[in-house]
Design a protein around this ligand. Structure first.
Ligand code: SAM
Length: 259
């Protein structure tokens, strides 16, 4: 659609429209042909057009009236497409329940990336997700234990998914260009999630990473003792960023009495 011109971009909605054709192809190609998918924030449709050419069903969630209206008009002619006009933070749960997607894709608005990813990572899709972030956020998501940027999100995304950085893009890949680089993260369902509730895991990492420089014994003071950490095979002197996904699951089970 024509509204791709930078002067039409709304900063408040994090609108930086992707124009790098190779990136568009690679993002769309991550979603298998015939899949049922949701796209978050289609905007003028850089990724949407390519997705529509391959998926079995696509539902787009868009807050901007102009873009939502545009896709609603297309949806009237195209039975593969449906549109949710609203805020993804409010509409995601009901949309996932109604559409039952195998895949979720999106060049996400930067201002929502943290809380939206914490929400997204809680959905166990049979396929996965292909999501664009500002590079620093993507690095946090893909970080391994021991890294300075490893944190709660790095743990949470691993609950249902394997994590891989698919590509990195310079500001010039977008119009208008953002101030920072961007990166695309590919999450693929691994099918080996342990019996641990995602909400419990989320509460556990929130608490455990509350003070990154403190030991886990300090972060869980009054709830898990040093002896209890030792009993579940975790060194109580470790700091949160030193613990891998499995250790966080063990802590969550201890915290919520599931051991
Ligand atoms: N997919 C397009 C592309 O790659 O060129 C646009 C990406 S742009 C970074 C983010 C898109 O998300 C915009 O279309 C914006 O209007 C939409 N958006 C921003 N906040 C939103 C929200 N809370 N709920 C739904 N869509 C939102």
């Amino acid at each position: 659609m024509n509204d791709q011109h930078p002067q039409h971009a709304k900063k408040s909605l994090g609108q930086h429209f992707l124009r790098d054709q190779s990136a568009i192809r690679r993002i769309a190609a991550a979603v298998p042909e015939g899949a049922v998918a949701i796209e978050i924030g289609p905007g003028p449709g850089a990724i949407t057009e390519s997705l529509l050419a391959r998926v079995g069903k696509l539902c787009v969630i868009e807050m901007d009236d102009r873009f939502a209206g545009h896709w609603q008009a297309i949806a009237e002619q195209n039975p593969l497409l449906s549109v949710v006009h609203g805020d993804v933070m409010k509409e995601l749960e009901s949309t996932v329940a109604a559409v039952q997607p195998q895949w979720i894709a999106g060049n996400l608005p930067y201002n929502l990336s943290g809380p939206l990813t914490a929400k997204l990572a809680g959905y166990s899709l049979s396929g996965g997700m292909v999501l664009m972030y500002q590079r620093e956020v993507a690095e946090r998501i893909a970080a391994e234990p021991g890294s300075k940027v490893y944190g709660g999100l790095s743990v949470l995304v691993r609950h249902f998914y394997d994590v891989k950085r698919l590509l990195t893009l310079p500001p010039g890949a977008f119009s208008p260009p953002p101030k920072v680089h961007s990166a695309v993260i590919l999450l693929t369902a691994h099918g080996r999630t342990p019996a641990c509730d995602y909400e419990f895991l989320q509460k556990t990492v929130r608490k455990g990473f509350a003070h990154r420089r403190k030991t886990i014994t300090n972060n869980f003071r009054g709830e898990i003792s040093a002896e209890q950490f030792e009993a579940i095979g975790i060194d109580p002197r470790k700091r949160p960023e030193q613990l891998g996904y499995d250790a966080w699951v063990a802590i969550s089970k201890q915290l919520f009495g599931l051991n």
